[in-house]
Design a protein around this ligand. Structure first.
Ligand code: SAM
Length: 348
């Protein structure tokens, strides 16, 4: 337990942000046919005010929140191939680390309140801030709600001789309770070649290894790769262990970024690969579940949710993020959504 252990910074405040009727979400545009009772929504506005405005209707109703916020890099992020005079897509510079942590703390608190009892949160960060964020999440969700630290490894140009090249991000996975969706089967990892080679026999059901049953007193007890004649002689002591769909998933993933050759590359800086979001959504949601991304950038989470028949809400502050997400969603076959914007930014 971390009772009594807290991360402090100058000016820290933890007062609950209450639902305020003042921020109003205004429908700008409807695209595709809408399910009026549960429309998918792309919302432009500061996510603090948007999440707060959504509390009124969605407190405890979102099944999965994926947050890929600014990482505390101190950088201006411009669109790839942007001209020097083009404005940044978004700014990731902060007066102090405390400033950044307060920003994160407020949004994570609202995320917890929006999540359903069985809801899942994935917070995507890097070495810049993830170690602080772990303590924030322990304080907000409770350390016992921490499920995984997932390491996403990717390949990119190697550029440092000074230290180990930093080529992974970290995702912190928390849940709102002990009961939550986790579907390991659609995200099983392929077997290695050497594992597959161990399945030396095959029948009409597929490849298999011949194993000894765990029967006390059996000479074949729990033996692997028993000689085939033993199956004929003592079938009750053996069984066929078939090659399955892959191994159970691990907490480190090798997934390529959407590089220049990828048709999914939008040009938005910091775009995450669809394969990464697909893994998260397949494991932690079911079709029809409600998924939200309040830093949606180029709309990766929304495009994947659309494709996998999950309902979704996306939010971002930036113009480039909203236009990129909008065209990406329109281009995807099942894009039924409302574009909304936040009117009035007042929070209590
Ligand atoms: C790391 S990027 C997200 C990239 C996204 N996951 C993708 O695949 O394209 C972070 C995003 O957070 C957005 N953002 C920063 N501050 C915000 C705020 N206060 N409200 C809403 N969005 C914000 C930025 O505009 C940026 O698009």
């Amino acid at each position: 337990m971390t009772e009594g252990v807290r991360l402090e910074w100058d000016g820290k405040h933890t007062a609950q942000i209450e639902f305020s009727p003042l921020p109003v979400l205004h429908v700008v545009e409807k695209i595709g046919t809408q399910d009026a009772t549960a429309p998918n929504r792309l919302i432009q506005g500061d996510n603090l005010a948007v999440m707060s405005a959504l509390l009124g209707e969605l407190r405890g109703k979102i099944d999965l929140i994926y947050l890929d916020p600014p990482f505390f890099t101190g950088r201006e992020w411009k669109a790839r191939e942007a001209a020097p005079n083009e404005p940044s897509a978004f700014t990731d510079s902060w007066r102090t680390l405390g400033n950044y942590l307060q920003w994160l703390f407020d949004r994570l608190t609202l995320a917890r309140d929006l999540l359903s009892e069985t809801g899942c949160l994935y917070l995507h960060l890097s070495w810049h801030s993830v170690h602080y964020a772990k303590l924030l999440l322990d304080e907000i969700f409770g350390v016992e709600r921490f499920q995984n630290e997932i390491v996403w490894c990717y390949r990119e140009a190697i550029n440092s001789k000074k230290r180990w090249n930093r080529k992974h991000d970290t995702l912190l996975f928390y849940t709102n309770s002990d009961v939550f969706t986790f579907n390991p089967d659609p995200v099983r990892e392929p077997y290695s070649e050497s594992s597959i080679r161990k399945f030396r026999h095959a029948d009409e059901k597929g490849k298999y290894r011949l194993m000894g049953r765990g029967i006390v007193g059996s000479p074949l007890r729990s033996k692997r790769d028993v000689a085939p004649e033993m199956e004929t002689l003592s079938p009750e002591l053996t069984f066929r262990h078939y090659l399955g769909a892959g191994t159970l998933p691990l907490d480190y993933w090798f997934i390529d970024i959407e590089n220049q050759a990828s048709p999914l590359r939008t040009g938005y800086p910091t775009q995450k690969p669809e394969a990464l979001l697909e893994r998260i959504l397949l494991a932690s949601t079911n079709p029809g579940d409600l998924v939200a991304d309040f830093c949606c950038g180029s709309g990766t989470t929304l495009a994947v949710a659309n494709r996998l028949d999950r309902r979704w809400i996306g939010c971002d502050l930036g113009d480039l993020a909203i236009t990129t997400s909008r065209s990406r969603l329109i281009a995807s076959t099942a894009a039924h959504f409302r574009l909304e914007t936040l009117i009035g930014n007042n929070l209590k």
